[in-house]
Design a protein around this ligand. Structure first.
Ligand code: UD1
Ligand code: CA
Length: 461
């Protein structure tokens, strides 16, 4: 006998109106990935014949731009309910395939639970993923008589007695294509929401005398769906706790695992220390012995061995060499590259620049669109003036340049290696050879002048 092939349908077209957000529900992020990505990845791990994704035009547009996912797209133009979503998808499967339906707002559904469901299908016509939970509010309840499943009663339709039922339905089921197509023809909108409920197929199967079995998920969390911001935050907490636990087991020291967030992926070396309230976002690589201070935010960056990121530093799209010291309160962004042993300090912003080995920019500076050589010292308050109102212009500074405090470098400008720039200089021309650069400003003294405040009687004589 030929093996029955499996098709997975993911329902993701719902309005998500309870989220009260402009972002489609299944595209909200959880641990840096969309809710839907979790379900898609689990679906892929089952290796079905195909995955049918029921979604809206808008979701398709967003997803096709950002990801290369191989699914069969089915567009549900009007959100007439979960049953209607499966009816639309039913054109894409045949009678002799096994159909698994997953809800796109249940990110924690696991491969193991789906396998259990597939196994139980061998002995029944319809198999449902259900679970007994303490707080069943919001879920469809599994209505049984003498232990036999009769129907699913939606929370909104349940009477007070039915609301006490603690066995809830996940929405995930398996049935063969032929049965499913027949049941779908019979479901209607005669309910409080005037929607086609996918859950109505259960009662139809019962009426036909089909065998209906139920399977418990491997883990309680798999039943958790996301319908509102509160549920999203609860699942985010669960995922962050798992991420923290895994990192600590892998040897990362999280000083406060309850206030650490990884919204993406982290590759790391040994002996990493991360203090409280740190957020890592996108793709992050940390070498050996990297330390990250409290309150720092790092996005899509690489930090090499022995570098220290001190408190409240923000780093985006940057590459940081070995043995660097950055922060507190530094801001590095837009493809900034720091070579080994650079020091960047308080209130320094660096953007689109390369900083050479052992250079120091330690206080109150702005460096934009610049190439700075090695062993350069940029004094407090020195800035590159990289924007003339129309375009961004380049500043190039050679090795061993000493820049005194409060210097302005008006781009485009090039400074020869070994040059010294006196404090308070405004550099407007290229410096071709090593020399001392300064703008003469005369200091004047007005004799016998003492500062007095208006109405300050003490200082009036
Ligand atoms: C659904 C189930 C409920 C179950 C719960 C588990 C129904 C009628 N109810 O309720 O029994 O306990 O899930 O979490 O199925 N969707 C579409 N098109 C639509 C409507 C929804 O694709 O027209 C998608 C949504 O994007 C979502 C999924 O279907 O991913 C479930 O829809 P949702 O409205 O969240 O159903 P629940 O009220 O949670
Ligand atoms: Ca839901």
């Amino acid at each position: 006998m030929l093996k029955t092939e499996t098709i997975i349908i993911i329902l993701a077209a719902g309005k998500g109106s309870r989220m009260k957000s402009n972002c489609p529900k299944v595209l909200h992020k959880l641990g840096g990935k969309t809710i839907l990505e979790y379900v898609l990845n689990t679906a892929k791990s089952i290796k079905p014949k195909k995955i049918i994704l029921v979604c809206t035009d808008n979701i398709k547009k967003i997803l096709s731009k950002t990801q290369n996912i191989s699914v069969e797209w089915v567009i549900q133009k009007q959100q007439k309910g979960t049953g209607n979503a499966i009816i639309i998808a039913s054109k894409n499967f045949s009678n002799n395939e096994n159909i698994i339906v997953l809800y796109g707002d249940m990110p924690f559904i696991s491969k193991e639970s789906i396998k259990k469901l597939q196994e139980s299908k061998k002995k029944s016509n319809l198999s449902l993923l259900t679970s007994n939970i303490e707080k069943p509010e919001g879920y469809g309840r599994v209505f049984r008589k003498k232990g036999k499943v009769i129907s699913i009663i939606e929370d909104k339709c349940a009477n007070n007695e039915e609301k006490l039922i603690k066995e809830v339905y996940s929405g995930t089921f398996i049935a063969n294509g032929k049965d499913l197509k027949r049941w779908l023809l019979k479901i209607n909108q005669n309910n409080i929401n005037q929607e086609f409920y996918a859950t109505d197929i259960v009662y139809l199967a019962y009426l036909e005398g089909k065998t209906i079995s139920t399977v418990e998920p491997v883990h309680y969390k798999e039943i958790l769906g996301i319908n509102n911001q509160l549920q999203l935050s609860i699942l985010e907490k669960i995922i962050q706790q798992e991420i923290s636990n895994n990192l600590m087991i892998a040897g990362v020291k999280l000083k406060d695992p309850y206030h650490f967030n990884l919204r993406g992926t982290l590759k790391h070396g040994k002996n990493i220390e991360i203090d409280t309230n740190v957020i890592l976002e996108g793709n992050i690589i940390l070498g050996n012995n990297v330390k990250i201070g409290a309150g720092s935010i790092i996005k899509n960056s690489f930090i090499n061995n022995q570098s220290q990121i001190k408190e409240y530093t923000i780093i985006e799209n940057a590459k940081i060499g070995k043995n660097c010291i950055i922060g507190p309160f530094s801001h590095l962004r837009n493809h900034t590259i720091l070579n080994n042993e650079t020091h960047i300090g308080n209130f320094v912003e660096i953007k689109d620049s390369i900083i050479g080995k052992k250079s120091k920019i330690k206080h109150l500076s702005y460096v934009g669109n610049s190439e700075i050589g090695s062993r350069v010292n940029m004094g407090a308050g020195s800035i590159t003036c990289n924007y003339d109102g129309f375009e961004k212009l380049k500043t190039i500074i050679g090795d061993n340049v000493f820049i005194g405090s409060n210097t302005e470098l008006i781009a485009p400008v090039k400074i020869s290696k070994n040059t010294t720039i006196a404090a308070g200089t405004t550099v407007t021309k290229n410096v071709d050879k090593p020399c001392l650069v300064y703008n003469k400003k005369k200091q004047k003294h007005k004799e016998n002048w003492i500062y007095t405040k208006k109405n300050d009687k003490k200082n009036t004589n």
